[in-house]
Design a protein around this ligand. Sequence first.
Ligand code: ADP
Ligand code: MG
Length: 612
Amino acid sequence: MGKIRVLDEETINHIAAGEVVERAASVVKELVENAVDAKAKKIIIDLAADTATVKRISITDDGVGLSAEDAVLAFRQHATSKISKPDDLAEIVTLGFRGEALASIAAVSKVTFTSKERGSSEPEAVQVVIHGGELIRQTFVGAPEGTTIIVEDLFYNTPARRKFQRSVSTELSHIYDMVERIALAHREISFVLLYQGKERFRTYGTGSYPDAVAAVFGTTFARDLLPVEKTGGIAEVSGYVSKPGCNMRPTPTRFYLTINGRQITSKSLQWAVREGYGTLLPKGMYPAAFLDIKIDPREVDVNVHPTKREVRLSRERDVGSAVRDAVYTALHDDEIFSAAPASVKPEQQKLFEEKKEEEAEVRAEKTYVPAEQTPSPKRSLHEAVMSYLTPQAPAEPVRSSLRQTEIQLRRTETSAEEKADVEVPEVLGQIGDTYIACRNAKGELVIVDQHAAHERVMYDQLLKKVEEKKASQELLAPVTLTLSRAESARMPELSEILAQAGYVIEPFGQDVWAVRSVPVISSRLGDVKVIHEIIAEAAGITEKNPERVLDRVVKTVACRAVVKGNTPLTKNQMERLLRQLSETDSPYTCPHGRPTALVLSKEKLASMFLRT
Ligand code: ADP
Ligand code: MG
């Protein structure tokens, strides 16, 4: 009797299982990929473990499902619906195609496979139970369209392999990582991952890369990415990469590449991405990259490795160049390298100042009687101004906000003689309509919070007035306001404190109060809404010490009267605000103790740029 034998199918399955199914994570990968291939819109991965192993893997999808006949066939070695002839191998668009995953998994575990074919007239779903490759039973059960596969007791019949399994936590981290990768590659599918019944992670299937990245890595991470888009040429490249200086890591753990929808690893393409960064990448660091590459399927060979992560590209160099160029373009298109549009555009600033002149002119015209009546000089002046204004006039909100700022800034303007001889930083520009970027005498970059800064100025001035008992100014005409019962009830004890802050308020009737004076920094017309807000806030203070209550009221008054964030300022306004801030005794914090300015010294910048 000779030594050579043809192996029976079970043995073949065990050997193949070793290739495809080396651990729980590879089971999850194969099953999730099958669900993706089945055109599912939602895939739920439900895991359960004891202290030693992952005991149960359940994957549910709402994909196309299988008929009863196909469900049994699917577990045969080399049974696949995805290719039928050798030529198909050249143009594979599915993740699976070898037809060995289900057979291999079922050979080394206990599988319950329930499936109902989409659009089938069969009333029930088929259920197949296979233990160690052996069909235990086939029945029909009630189930929705799609497929649920439950894999239990993995490697129960291959003790050698079971021994090689790593700890549950290691296995879980592999599974999470792998599901994240698949979810990032298939943004149009919603993935839900549960462990011991608790949701660990979920994507929403919106199709958008930023949404998927935000679901997996958080919104902050997603915000620090730049879009990549390159069409034409041998490879289309699209996706996202780190903004320079953001999300950098010493290892390429955040590289997510797909070729024609298949997630892959490729050292040469990783290298191409880094080349795209060039000098924007610190030495030894890797950016995050989420890139989809589309190539003619005939240019890619996917039939390379059993786990199919490594892909052989017939024109690797050309694809690499396409990736490098796409990344380079994305980084250099970015706004951080181009001139930022100022929030108050120079022409708007000019028009704002022009507008003031125009108003002055109108006022002058009212009193001016021309000696000679030329044909309608007023109209032509008006026309001239209008034709100049119309094409690029700033939107009314910008104009009125600039006017409002002007009023607020003037409240804290000291007279020219009082101006101390202080160095004022040079204004570089406004950031986000909220911060003033400037350079101080030492050449440091200073970022000032415009609201906090003006609040400090206002508070200091107001407090001084309170101490000098000069905080109050009489209104042009008293205004009345109706308070709530609760507010009215607190007025007797509050009115003295409010008076010190500048508000002289007297009873006028049932819950009605007359305001005679307001703080010197407020409008003399009496803004009922603001006054009411300040009383409401004062009434809400539980503090008993009257001095501290006064301080709180003064802070609130200051806060209401000053320049807010999200308000465009002209350069001139920024300069005046900085001057005012420089004149205060404690310019570095606002009255609430928050910083008004951040200083980025040369050393600080060096460390931020990883120069040290
Ligand atoms: P492959 O994915 O390489 O074709 P598998 O062994 O993973 O091989 O699956 C065998 C066949 O079973 C697939 O070709 C597919 O027709 C079917 N199948 C597997 N999982 C699913 C599923 N979740 N939904 C629908 N059909 C499935
Ligand atoms: Mg498969």
